[in-house]
Ligand binder design. Structure first.
Ligand code: HCB
Length: 214
């Protein structure tokens, strides 16, 4: 990992909110690609934080500060990531974090990247009920809607299965393409619930989204 990416990851890992902002600005000034800043730097730091939390070496207040550091950097990077948009119309997407789940860092990142790649993205936020998602699909009036759902917990991930069942029940399966993600979501899970795709990160999500919407 190059020094700037190490510094970015370290700033997130040490809950250094101001340091993360400074390092992000420094990386941009050096001409580092905004997506690399996220994926090779900040997100790597967040991964270590998650592992340490799991091992009992870090506690919730520390994770919250790391998340604050990452989100502060995302405030700066969002407009930069959005710049590559360039007039293409790739379709309409509804983005949300599953009911019971407030982990939104990854979902925000995926939403920004889709917006930067020609999708019109309506962000429904966190802790979103499946009934609201169905309402929004119907309200959109779009011929085809891309659902971009995130779940970071094994419990909230089950809501994705319920959502697929509800979509069938409502008779709107032919109208929606379903791309789900988040750390516990696997290809096997996508197959099991009959969704259309998943992606490990935001850049891959753009490719999957374009493929399933074409
Ligand atoms: Co949180 N938390 N947390 N947490 N948290 C996790 C998710 C655990 C895995 C940590 C652990 O135990 N190892 C765990 C869940 C365990 C499980 O169910 N298996 C957990 C837990 C248990 C909890 C609480 C219950 C803790 C408590 O209160 N006791 C609580 C839950 C609150 C709730 O949701 N109701 C909680 C709270 C928090 C915060 C608030 C402190 C904070 C969230 C802040 C926020 O998001 N605004 C937090 C965080 C930050 C994490 C970890 C450390 C990092 C998550 C993250 O932001 N990753 C996480 C550990 C981990 O994931 N390993 C831990 C970075 C982003 C960039 O990655 O995976 O979200 P991502 O997104 C990627 C990728 O998945 C993909 O692209 C993204 C960008 O590259 N992607 C998609 C995402 N969505 C997609 C959708 C698509 O369609 C396609 C691709």
């Amino acid at each position: 990992m190059s020094d700037i990416f190490k510094d970015l990851a370290n700033a997130v890992m040490t809950q250094n909110v101001n340091g993360t902002i400074e390092k992000t600005k420094e990386a941009l000034a050096k001409g580092t690609a905004p997506l690399d800043i996220v994926q090779k730097g900040l997100a790597e730091g967040m991964k270590v934080v998650g592992d340490k939390f799991e091992a009992g070496e870090l506690f919730l207040p520390q994770i919250m500060m790391s998340a604050k550091a990452m989100n502060s950097a995302m405030e700066i990077l969002g407009p930069e990531l959005a710049k590559s948009g360039g007039g293409v119309n790739a379709g309409f997407a509804l983005s949300f974090v599953q009911e019971g789940d407030i982990h939104d860092i990854g979902n925000r990142l995926v939403s920004t990247m889709l917006g930067a790649n020609g999708f019109t993205v309506k962000v429904l936020g966190v802790d979103v009920a499946n009934t609201l998602i169905i309402e929004e699909v119907k309200k959109s009036g779009a011929d085809k809607v891309l659902l971009v759902g995130s779940a970071l917990m094994t419990t909230s991930m089950l809501g994705q299965k319920d959502l697929m069942a509800l979509i069938e029940e409502e008779g709107i399966r032919s109208k929606v393409k379903c791309m789900f993600g988040g750390a516990p979501v696997s290809q096997a899970w996508i197959k099991e619930i009959g969704a259309d795709g998943t992606a490990e990160n935001a850049a891959a999500a753009v490719l999957v989204a374009k493929k399933i919407m074409s």
